[in-house]
Unconditional design. Sequence first.
Length: 285
Amino acid sequence: MSTMIKKVAVVGSGTMGQGIAQVCATAGYEVVLYDIQPGLLTNAISALRKNLDSLVQKGKITSQDATITFNRIIPENDFRQLQVDLVIEAVNENLEVKQKIFGEIERWNGKDCILTTNTSSIPVTRIGSVLKHPHRFAGLHFFNPAPLMKLVEIVRPGFTSDATIETLKEFIRQVGKVFVLAQDSPGFIVNRVARHFYLESLKIAEEKAADFKTIDTLLKSSGFRMGPFELMDLIGLDVNLSVTQSIYDSFHQAPRFRPNPIQQQKVEAGHLGRKSGRGFYEYGG
Ligand code: NAD
């Protein structure tokens, strides 16, 4: 475990919050998991138990390890209890909501508590601009699904101290991930590069040069784990679109980042991918 960090708070118990909580607990950290919606927090705890049980069934961990890991994750409905060494915020992609959370968290924690956001596309500098002590603030960008994806981008605004970055590097090594340091520029590194994976594929489908299944098949056969359309369905078409929109706006509407109408229409129709049962593909059950 990190020498500076013993206890972690994960704020937001959705897709990313659950995964990040599992990663931290597996590495031995005590984790407080908070969500504004108590019902969603209960669901998240059941989903975490199920995930750990499925790892036991697959023979990846022992049932004793699953129980120990599970017991390290404490659901919490009271914001004032989030007194920890490291906060990882993973709530909806909304600047005002995130800023409000960090303003509150600062009230309940000393100035050495490190605060991080898992934002995909909001400038980290802008989120941290409301803080009294921004030197301890940075982006910690995990990828989906967090327990499986090795890479984490540590995003550094100008105001972040060297000590904060060093502690985060050590923490990321301790949770068994690989970090890359990124400056706070739109989309950081991975999401900026990945826009073209999605947008060019959407353009090919829009022009009817090939259908989406063919594009997925071809890209998988050339070495990608998932095709762009399968991946959009996994991430959530709405989440993926909002990242594109945000990068497009940050680059002053540069045509190369323009959102695609096929994706916009699917989002408007509520076809958001796996989570809604239908996106580019259909998901039974
Ligand atoms: P999600 O919609 O699955 O979960 C968000 C959770 O935040 C919900 O449970 C919601 O109740 C909770 N929440 C909302 N307001 C809150 C508040 N004020 N206090 C506490 N909890 C609150 O979202 P997600 O996909 O897990 O994304 C979370 C963050 O991670 C976003 O910033 C997103 O851009 C980023 N991200 C997402 C992915 C992805 O593939 N989904 C990948 C990397 C990063």
